[in-house]
Design a protein around this ligand. Structure first.
Ligand code: CO
Ligand code: CO
Ligand code: CO
Length: 328
């Protein structure tokens, strides 16, 4: 099963058309949007996964920051969350579950999100995440479909969390590398979301399981444009390079490469290793924002000041290669 197989199954479902569904399954967007009235639409998303760090509190924080991200990517305001929990309650101490939930709650508090419920099951493998409901103005929804030719592309967090998490699982990651990815993964995309709206962003998505290239391609396809990426400008955790050299690349990066590489043109000077990192599946990754060139520098400057210190202009939206990405 690859990412596009799952996509195919969803596309084959006989989902009835509903004019109140402003953003649905057909556009591979981050969250669904349902119009309530002229002023308000609901934004809804859900995400959960297995632990990627050892500390339960930190895992809870990451899972919630990651789940909220899809609402931020669309320019919405998250309001409520419901916990999704799978836990081996017969074999693991309930105190671990409590720590996970406390971590999640701390991020919900930071985001101003009310925890209103949840559901838990007994399962041999821990899983945690959140179903999120937010609001957005129906005329101010940022999807991945409106990137314009000439726009600059801003990425707000470094890439390489998947590779470093793989090194951590293999007992090979340095404390420093783990500290860096944790700091990045627990950071809410709220600040970036608020500022991109002020700077008139045309399109946005967040970088998660399909990696930088997969999510950028979703935007290129939906917007019917091409993208030119300057690899040197892409923020990458330096340790991710080191571990990728050692072959510590998660399986997801290979399947992403397999599925998406037919729509990627790589300049001959570019190292294969760096391209691997562009396919690395991210957890709680940054926002990829398409906005007018006149605003991009100012957005990056402000985001750096406000704490998204790795924010960078990584490329631009071009007419060609349409529906594809060129990497220079
Ligand atoms: Co997303
Ligand atoms: Co999601
Ligand atoms: Co229930």
């Amino acid at each position: 099963m690859g990412p596009e197989d799952l996509d195919q199954i969803l596309k084959e479902l006989p989902i009835p058309k509903d004019p109140k569904v402003l953003v649905g399954l057909d556009t591979s967007d981050d969250a669904g949007v349902y119009q309530l009235n002229e002023e308000i639409a609901l934004v809804q998303t859900v995400d959960f996964f297995t632990p990627i760090v050892d500390d339960p509190f930190t895992f809870g924080q990451i899972a919630v920051a990651n789940a909220l991200s899809d609402v931020y990517a669309m320019g919405g305001t998250p309001l409520t969350g419901m916990n999704l929990v799978a836990f081996p309650i017969k074999t693991l101490s309930p105190s671990i579950l409590k720590e996970i939930l406390l971590g999640g709650l701390s991020k919900m508090k930071e985001a101003g999100v009310a925890l209103v419920g949840g559901h838990s099951i007994e399962d041999p493998e821990i899983k945690y995440g959140l179903a999120v409901t937010g609001v957005i103005h129906p005329k101010k929804i940022l999807t991945n479909a409106k990137a314009k030719i000439g726009d600059r592309l801003v990425l707000t967090k470094p890439l390489g969390t998947g590779i470093i998490a793989t090194a951590l699982k293999g007992g090979m990651a340095s404390e420093e590398a783990v500290r860096k990815i944790v700091e990045s993964m627990v950071t809410l995309n709220r600040t970036a979301s608020e500022w991109m709206k002020k700077f008139g962003a045309h399109a946005c998505t967040d970088i998660t399981g399909f990696g930088f290239i997969g999510h950028a391609l979703e935007m290129a396809t939906a917007s019917q444009v091409g993208m030119v990426i300057q690899l040197k400008a892409v923020p990458i955790f330096p340790e991710a390079m080191d571990y990728a050299k050692l072959g510590l690349v998660p399986g997801g990066a290979y399947s992403n490469r397999q599925f998406f590489s037919c729509r990627v043109e790589v300049h001959s000077d570019v190292s294969d290793l760096l391209v691997d990192i562009l396919y690395d599946p991210q957890t709680s990754g940054g926002l990829l924002i398409s906005l007018p060139p006149s605003e991009a520098d100012r957005l990056v400057e402000i985001l750096k000041k406000e704490g998204d210190t790795s924010s960078s202009i990584v490329g631009e939206v071009a007419e060609e290669p349409r529906g594809k990405i060129q990497i220079l």
